[in-house]
Ligand binder design. Structure first.
Ligand SMILES: [Zn+2]
Ligand SMILES: [Zn+2]
Length: 98
């Protein structure tokens, strides 16, 4: 490593390379941008596959017998939750009707 100003040999000084002429090399790139963690407000398909439990359910689309399911409160809290299914194989979604 040589000084771009005078061509002298750079020597390590205070954690970075410096020259006797006063030149100091810039410190290594520091990522100043804070990595913002994206909040997963919407469950994407990959997350869905990890989180949701599976149940035995026949898919109308492909006939697969395993599906992910989750519960949703559809209207008022008085009403029972609706069960939603998503086929593990083809991704077909449907809801359980009472
Ligand atoms: Zn120099
Ligand atoms: Zn299916």
């Amino acid at each position: 490593m040589f000084c771009p100003k005078c061509g002298g040999l750079l020597m390590p000084s205070a954690g970075r390379m410096a020259c006797s002429c006063g030149y100091k090399q810039k410190e290594g790139k520091i990522c100043e941008k804070k990595i913002k963690e994206k909040k997963l407000e919407i469950i994407d398909s990959k997350q869905t596959n990890k989180i949701l439990p599976t149940v035995d359910a026949d898919c109308e689309g492909c006939g697969h017998e395993k599906a992910y399911f989750w519960m949703l409160q559809t209207r008022s809290s008085d009403e029972p939750e609706t069960r939603f299914f998503k086929c593990c194989k083809c991704g077909h979604q449907w809801r359980e009707y009472d």
